[in-house]
Design a protein around this ligand. Structure first.
Ligand code: GAF
Length: 371
């Protein structure tokens, strides 16, 4: 995978260690990294027991931890935001960036932070609000660092479940588990087929001579929590009205009765059901080396997100159109939506021209990663 950030994961670990030392006057007891992800196909399916295709990036988050200076006091420094924060070990969430880390520390080290306090530093190469799962990366890096400090082994499935619980119950975001699995079980550059009902993951072969290019639209999705939560609630309501535990149980044959639901529930169901089908078919495309067919599914996925699930915005739609005009085989909104990034599939012979065309046509957009 080509990196667009000029800081490697190893350099980021050194950077966070230096930030820790500068803030707290000693070396950290443990440091850890976790990656962000781009989702290639299968959007808004992970909280309905569906399928997704996340691929970890080599952009991510590094966290350094060590014992604190006073029992019960947890001090944070974010090198990336140039901010500090001070919290009590048992504080409830406060709507601040430190919530993600404090929630994780409370989950795995509540006794230790109450007894010894904690110092914590964070550095990132992953932009916040790009839809590339910076929250899950912070959570998993914090859990890994805390476990390393306490001499405990990590188990990826367990890390993902703890991180999801922190995000759902402590931070208060009703997300699914895709991002936490990608951050804890994934390897940068290797795409995964994730079944969010069973949590089975299997590697997916990417097409030769092609690249997935991640482009940030320049619009942060940070204020989209209400709209995201509304989609989660609509899916739960639709499932209950259709008499299933999860929309992931439905197939194309069920769409007839789903479309009869009151607006907008019918369209929400149609997105989820067709998106799961697109993932199934997309896996077969990639196994057969049919990159152009996969590209068409990416476009169908984008239109479904735009029209049926209504999670896109005009600037992202324009970027997807621009990507197609710039030679992509397919392009789509990736992540939670309402801004953030797109992912485009581009033949390697067209890569330079594609990136140049995006830079020229969309000065506010930024090519973040090329896989
Ligand atoms: C966000 C959420 F955190 C994920 O769980 C997932 O629902 C995604 O939006 C949409 O596919 O990244």
């Amino acid at each position: 995978m080509q990196r667009v950030s000029n800081v490697t994961d190893e350099e980021l670990l050194v950077q966070v260690s230096n930030a820790f030392e500068a803030a707290f006057g000693c070396q950290p007891g443990a440091v850890a990294f976790a990656p962000g992800r781009v989702n290639l196909l299968g959007e808004h399916t992970d909280y309905t027991g569906g399928l997704a295709m996340p691929m970890p990036l080599n952009l991510g988050v590094a966290v350094a931890v060590g014992p604190g200076s006073e029992p019960g006091l947890v001090e944070f420094v974010s090198e990336t935001l140039s901010e500090t924060d001070r919290r009590r070990a048992d504080d409830p969430p406060a709507g601040r960036w430190s919530d993600y880390m404090l929630g994780c520390l409370q989950a795995v080290a509540s006794e230790e932070i109450a007894r010894d306090g904690c110092h914590c530093a964070v550095s990132a190469t992953l932009p916040v609000g790009a839809g590339l799962s910076s929250s899950a990366a912070v959570e998993v890096a914090t859990l890994r660092a805390a476990n390393a400090l306490l001499g405990r082994e990590d188990e990826p499935g367990e890390l993902a479940r703890i991180a999801l619980k922190v995000e759902n119950d402590y931070v208060g975001v009703p997300c699914g588990i895709m991002d936490q699995v990608a951050a804890s079980a994934g390897v940068p550059g290797l795409a995964l087929l994730l079944d969010t009902r069973t949590l089975d993951v299997s590697p997916i072969r990417l097409p030769y001579n092609h690249h997935f290019v991640v482009v940030h639209s320049g619009v942060s999705h940070r204020l989209a929590l209400d709209a995201y939560s509304e989609r989660v609630a609509e899916c739960a309501r639709a499932a209950s009205e259709l008499g299933v535990a999860d929309l992931g149980e439905l197939s194309l044959e069920d769409l007839g009765r789903a479309i009869g639901l009151a607006e907008p529930l019918g369209r929400r169901v149609r997105h989820v059901v067709t998106e799961n089908e697109r993932v199934r078919a997309g896996v077969a495309d990639l196994e057969a080396g049919a990159a152009a067919a996969f590209g068409r599914r990416m476009i169908e996925s984008h239109l479904s997100q735009r029209d049926d699930f209504e999670v896109s915005i005009a600037r992202v739609d324009a970027l997807v159109d621009g990507a197609m005009r710039s030679g992509a085989l397919g392009a789509r909104l990736t992540g939670g939506g309402f801004g953030g990034a797109i992912v485009a599939l581009v033949r390697d012979v067209h890569l330079d021209a594609f990136c140049a065309s995006i830079r020229a046509g969309f000065p506010e957009a930024r090519v973040l990663a090329v896989a």
